[in-house]
Design a protein around this ligand. Sequence first.
Ligand SMILES: [Fe+2]
Ligand SMILES: [Fe+2]
Length: 131
Amino acid sequence: MDMLNRAIARELQVSVQYMWQHVQWKGVEHYAVSEGLKETAIDEMKHAEAIAERLWYLGGKPTTQPAPIFVGNTLKEMLEFDVKAELEAINMYKEIMRLAEEEGDVATKEIFEEIEAKEEHHDFFTSLLER
Ligand SMILES: [Fe+2]
Ligand SMILES: [Fe+2]
């Protein structure tokens, strides 16, 4: 349950992080990627909600505190923060799936399998950095 709250904190973090990046992004690149960032922020909010529903069902209380948010100042800085956040999330979710499997919690494992499959965000940010 502690891990689920850490995952929620992470999803809340990136939801705000991508939303504020989308708002603060300037120049030509803004038009190229702002829609993508906007959609990604909404994806992350849905992830937070799905994990919170599971945690609540298990008898836990979902945190309201996001993990530290890194918006960044330049385009490159923002994307580097985002790639890092996605990588850390993927690693954390692998660990949660391993634990859930160990504890015989099939439903939690399935929820994280679904979320992880949708974390193609990492590829999205990585490809933007490669331009
Ligand atoms: Fe997510
Ligand atoms: Fe993500």
